[in-house]
Design a protein around this ligand. Structure first.
Ligand SMILES: Cc1cc2nc3c(=O)[nH]c(=O)nc-3n(C[C@H](O)[C@H](O)[C@H](O)COP(=O)(O)OP(=O)(O)OC[C@H]3O[C@@H](n4cnc5c(N)ncnc54)[C@H](O)[C@@H]3O)c2cc1C
Ligand code: FES
Length: 361
């Protein structure tokens, strides 16, 4: 009853506040005063490595607590334009009422570099609802093996922190690949945890070691524990090369059913099929531009043609990139499905043209 009444009040207020949603008016008073939207105020900023920024955010009342391993949409306004990207909270689930994000700046990354360089205490970021099924099972594994590379540390450090906060005493193996020791935003914490908890084993491997450090990409012996631990479950997040190697390793040992993984990017390289050559022209009607189809996703081809379509995840989860395919056929690179219905909204980050395609872009 109470929620129906509040829903009715919300609709009445929205109706009287047109033409803009209530939140647009409230943010003039205070950016953290919101009716529907979830926002987070930056309470703390730490630049622990050259490439990262770790933010602690205080969310507004609408925030729904994340499960360890999930991700959340984060939005920020840069030069008057709102940009959306996804980040995995690194704090333990149900922890402190605040959210911790660690953003690794990509060399040519627009939003990640902006956040690394410019965010300051008091800034307000937009937040979505936590989502994703890369999570720990309700019945915790007999042996939890957390494997990460680079920025992929965030969902698994959330899992590690969650298990520790729960007083979990079964074995946990934490294997992390970083460029070198100075590139691990959680280095101090991992060292402390490894000393403080007998059940936690931490291995750090450096792929571009500094002088005196031992180097190493993934090698099977890094996961030797799997040979002796029948109940081990592996949770993996990192760059494509690491994910491929660990996946191949698990498959070769018949352990694929024990592998749970999350990628921050997907492989968008064109499918080369000699029976179906890449042909056609991609036309962007609104921009009066076109290019020869090169088989990549419409988002990548549009960017190469000088357009600036909106996007968020670049992997088919957020719909920010949706645009109308006026005519032609496209292939969904995740499912392989072909679709040629006219005037259909499609996610251009995961659709590649098959022949001539006309986009409302
Ligand atoms: C589910 C999910 C969770 C994520 N969690 C985190 C997290 O906790 N911490 C974190 O730092 N990042 C995380 N990311 C990645 C993050 O959302 C952005 O993709 C990343 O910060 C790059 O954004 P950008 O605007 O800087 O780069 P853009 O300007 O969008 O891209 C610049 C270039 O980098 C390429 N690129 C974009 N994203 C990636 C990527 N992830 N890996 C490699 N190349 C890329 C683009 O193709 C482009 O060529 C996550 C992504 C997803 C989908
Ligand atoms: S950018 Fe997220 S679905 Fe395309």
């Amino acid at each position: 009853m109470a929620s129906r009444l509040s829903g009715l009040i919300e609709r009445l207020v929205e109706a009287t506040a047109t033409p803009y949603p209530v939140d647009r008016y409230l943010e003039f008073v205070d950016p953290m005063l919101t009716w529907r939207e979830t926002k987070g105020k930056v309470l703390d900023v730490q630049r622990r490595t050259d490439r990262t920024v770790t933010l602690r955010l205080e969310p507004t009342r609408q925030w729904k607590e994340h499960e360890a391993g999930q991700y959340v949409e984060v939005s920020t306004v840069i030069d008057g334009v709102r940009h959306r990207r996804f980040f995995s909270p690194a704090n333990a689930a149900n922890a402190t009422g605040t959210i911790e994000l660690t953003v690794t700046a990509h060399d040519d990354g627009f939003v990640s570099k902006h956040l690394r360089d410019n965010v300051k205490v008091g800034d307000v970021l937009g937040l979505g609802t936590p989502a994703g099924d890369f999570t720990l099972p309700v019945e915790r594994p007999a042996h939890t093996v957390l494997v990460s590379g680079g920025s992929g540390i965030t969902p698994v450090i959330s899992m590690l922190r969650t298990l520790i906060a729960e007083g979990h005493t079964d074995p946990i193996t934490f294997v992390h690949y970083a460029r070198n020791a100075d590139d691990v935003a959680y280095a101090n914490e991992l060292t402390t945890v490894a000393h403080a908890y007998d059940n936690v084993d931490v291995q750090l491997h450096y792929t571009r070691p500094s002088a005196g450090e031992e180097g190493g990409h993934f090698r099977p012996e890094h996961l030797d524990v799997l040979a002796t631990s029948a109940g081990a479950q592996v949770f993996l997040c990192g760059p494509a090369s690491l994910m491929d190697e660990v996946r191949t390793f698990m498959e070769a040992r018949g352990l694929s059913d024990r592998l749970h993984s999350e990628a921050f990017t997907i492989d968008t390289s064109p499918v080369i099929d000699p029976n179906q050559p890449i042909t056609g022209t991609v036309t962007y009607t609104k921009s009066e531009t076109e290019n020869e189809n090169d088989g990549r996703t419409i988002l990548e081809q549009a960017e190469a043609a000088g357009l600036n379509p909106e996007y968020g995840c670049r992997m088919g989860i957020c719909f920010s990139c949706t645009a109308v395919r006026k005519s032609g056929c496209t292939r969904n690179i995740l499912t392989g499905e072909l679709d040629s219905e006219t005037d259909q909204p499609i996610q251009i980050c995961v659709n590649a043209p098959v022949g001539d395609v006309d986009m409302d872009l």
